[in-house]
Design a protein around this ligand. Structure first.
Ligand code: ACO
Length: 428
């Protein structure tokens, strides 16, 4: 039986090889399509387009499966922590104890940023969005580490990854301090990754921030669950920029910008601002559901739906349990959280959402947890970026290691004006 797909164009058959992934996913290799047929494919939003082969993350959106390097996300969430998962994603295998210790030590040793880099913060207005600062500062960081900018300098990769993961956490915390007008809190080498982030964000000179272990654990899970998600918008951005031969810093900086969008990483902020609007406007839950269903209205239920998951988002299932725990521990009575619960319940019973397979996604619960912990809404996407960093680094490496790699350059079907002559300005 033929392993090819056959495409018929104007009576002529063209054979295209079928490619099968290690989990049985099938694709039609159309690399020669244009050369052989003169046609291209048109796939707005790339919903059917595999841009590359990848060994990093597997998702089966219909079954709600997410695996990093072959490990189920539920298994990792139950047994691992963010820093170990970061190592797994970037280097492809779980670390030995000595590898993990070395990596953790590097994270600790690289937490400080150059004092001059701190001056860059002062150039931003006090109300600058932290995602704008994060993207700009990642690029600025490259100027302080020229030795790490050369994409061919592969022997420094462990150092680059650790530096970036550590310093971006410091930059994130400093941008938050900037927005408050508070002095920067320097990293504490005795704290673990997430605890140190919380310390730099919430400690003040006269009072050290001490969080309950369950809080740090829940935030660690948020970072871990966001650590990779194969070819999503920001990761594809990182890969496209990397394909041009751009260094890791500039590729990551572009990834941060893509993540900022409210249909992507910005959705966790969108969830809270939607809940706030519902609360402040005293809106009825039923009415909101009707608005979200109304094709004439541009209101969407933020935190619902996903391009890939058409069953449930496994990350959302894990975070839902953590949300319940964190809210219980903190004994929070937040009206927005009550609205969120009622909205979730109503949407999950509504045929519009059921038929379209629209379930709460990871952003729905991550926003609720971060709000409960006291992380301001503007910082939600920054935390997402910190979490996504290992995935972006892994994908950057994969692009750079691909012997058949080419610069990413999609085509288009032009629908503009046909050729016409220039008209002098007095004749228009
Ligand atoms: N509320 C109401 N209706 C929705 C929603 C929603 N949140 N999401 C999708 N729909 C409807 C669409 O209107 C469409 O209806 P139709 O078939 O009658 O036209 C149908 O469901 C399919 O939606 P698409 O927009 O085609 O789905 P797509 O895969 O392109 O979009 C997306 C996925 C962007 C996540 C979308 O569901 C959405 O906008 N959700 C809200 C934003 C959000 O939560 N984003 C976070 C994504 S997760 C992440 O980035 C980590």
């Amino acid at each position: 039986m033929s392993k090819d797909a056959i495409l018929k164009i104007e009576g002529k058959d063209y054979n295209m090889p079928i490619v099968t992934g290690s989990e049985g996913e099938k694709g039609i290799d159309i690399a020669k399509l244009r050369a052989d047929t003169g046609h291209i494919t048109l796939d707005p939003g790339f919903g059917n387009t595999g841009s590359s082969e990848s060994k990093i993350t597997f998702i089966d959106g219909d079954k709600g499966i997410l695996r990093y390097r072959g490990y189920d996300i539920e298994d990792l969430a139950a047994n691992s922590r963010f820093v170990e998962v970061a190592y797994l994603l970037i280097w492809g295998e779980l670390p030995s104890q000595s590898q993990l210790t070395k990596f953790s030590d590097m994270l600790t040793d690289n937490a400080l940023i150059h004092e001059n880099l701190k001056n860059h913060f002062e150039g931003f207005p006090w109300n600058a969005h932290p995602m704008a600062m994060l993207s700009a500062m990642i690029n600025a960081l490259s100027c302080y580490h020229p030795e790490l900018v050369d994409p061919d300098n592969r022997k420094e990769e462990l150092k680059v990854a650790a530096r970036l993961m550590s310093k971006i956490r410091t930059i994130a915390a400093f941008s938050y301090k900037m927005s408050l007008g508070e002095p920067f809190t320097y990293p504490d080498p005795h704290r673990r990754y997430v605890a140190n982030l919380l310390h730099m964000m919430f400690s003040v000179p006269h009072q050290k921030y001490e969080q309950q272990p369950e809080i740090a654990k829940a935030l660690d899970k948020i970072l871990m669950l966001h650590a990779d998600h194969e070819q999503n918008c920001s990761t594809s951005t990182v890969r496209i920029v990397a394909s041009a031969g751009s260094n890791l810093f500039s590729s990551l900086s572009a990834g941060v910008c893509a993540l900022w969008g409210n249909l992507h990483g910005g959705a966790n902020m969108g969830v809270i601002s939607m809940l706030q609007k519902i609360h402040e406007g005293g809106l009825d839950i039923k009415k909101c559901i009707e608005m979200a269903k109304d094709r004439e209205s541009d209101f969407r239920l933020m935190g619902f739906g996903h391009r890939v998951y058409k069953n449930f988002d496994p990350r959302a299932t894990i975070l839902r349990a953590h949300a319940d725990k964190v809210l219980g521990i903190l004994d929070i009575n937040d009206p927005l959280l009550n609205i969120a619960r009622r909205l979730e319940e109503a949407a999950l019973k509504d045929s519009f959402f059921i038929d379209r397979k629209l379930y709460p996604n990871v952003d729905f619960y991550s926003g609720l947890i971060m709000r409960a912990v006291g992380i301001p809404t503007d910082m939600f996407t920054v935390l997402f970026a910190i979490g996504r960093l290992p995935g972006w680094i892994a994908h950057w490496r994969e692009v750079n290691e691909d012997p058949n790699g080419r610069i990413s350059r999609p085509r288009q079907i032009y629908t503009g004006e046909p050729q016409r002559k220039y008209v002098p300005i007095d004749k228009r």
